[in-house]
Design a protein around this ligand. Structure first.
Ligand SMILES: Cc1cc2nc3c(=O)[nH]c(=O)nc-3n(C[C@H](O)[C@H](O)[C@H](O)COP(=O)(O)OP(=O)(O)OC[C@H]3O[C@@H](n4cnc5c(N)ncnc54)[C@H](O)[C@@H]3O)c2cc1C
Length: 212
């Protein structure tokens, strides 16, 4: 659940549902599902809030990254940017930051003095720019899937990170800064953050349980 402040004292409450779970399609269903997740103070505001619009449901089947950087030829005077290049699950709130980072990369490519085709230079730079966020978002998606061993390991790491972020502001800030492309996702494996994740895990799971 995300409860995001907007301008003019308005808020957007969002519920993110995976797999076969049914998305709420009216206010009553929305509040009933929110009540299973929201802390009492948030729930109090939700119940007394004035809806500005009906509930909107958006379905997102999967993240897609298209590897134009691997094409040997590409039509001249044409480029692909934004979601058409790399689209991650909206739950991570990273799409606009990715599109902005690609726009900056494009500006840099345009300023370069190079005889190589612009499309090739841009797609390679854009791939490097988007890869860390794509990778982090994949780890998040893996945390909900039953994919292969490698994916399960990455997913478990993301689950530990999310659990620590839910109760530790420093971990939450590091996670949000990485997803917003302010910091590199490598900051999430810095010993300072790893210690906080471990501490959160030990607080919530007795050492005996970890030995099992
Ligand atoms: C529910 C939801 C929540 C999201 N929340 C966040 C968030 O909190 N933070 C964040 O960073 N990102 C978020 N995103 C992702 C973000 O919206 C996208 O990553 C971002 O908008 C991509 O920008 P874009 O310009 O590539 O594509 P779009 O913003 O989709 O723009 C493409 C435009 O092209 C137009 N178009 C399409 N086809 C044609 C055509 N044939 N001719 C003319 N025009 C056409 C479309 O109408 C559209 O206006 C969210 C996405 C969704 C769906």
């Amino acid at each position: 659940m995300v409860f995001a402040a907007q301008e003019n004292a308005t808020w957007v409450p969002s519920l993110q549902i995976y797999g076969d779970h049914k998305a709420p399609s009216n206010d009553a269903e929305f509040l009933a599902l929110a009540a299973t997740l929201a802390p009492p103070d948030v729930m109090h505001h939700l119940q007394s809030a004035q809806p500005l619009d009906p509930i909107a449901v958006y379905r997102f089947p999967c993240g897609i990254r298209r590897r134009y950087d691997q094409l040997r030829r590409f039509p001249g005077r044409l480029l692909v940017i934004g979601d058409t290049l790399c689209s991650v699950n909206p739950v991570y709130g990273a799409g606009v930051s990715l599109a902005a980072a690609e726009a900056i990369a494009l500006g840099e490519c345009l300023a370069e003095e190079s005889s190589a085709p612009l499309a090739r230079r841009f797609f390679r730079t854009a791939h490097r720019t988007t890869y860390p966020t794509w990778w982090l978002a994949k780890c998040g998606d893996y945390s909900l899937s039953q994919a292969g061993l490698g994916a399960r390991l990455l997913g478990s790491g993301f689950r530990l990170l999310s659990a620590a972020a839910a109760e530790d502001p420093a971990t939450a800030t590091a996670m949000l800064r990485s997803l917003a492309l302010v910091d590199s996702p490598s900051t999430l494996v810095h010993p300072r953050i790893l210690r906080r994740i471990l501490r959160s895990r030990l607080r919530n799971q007795p050492v005996e349980a970890l030995r099992r």
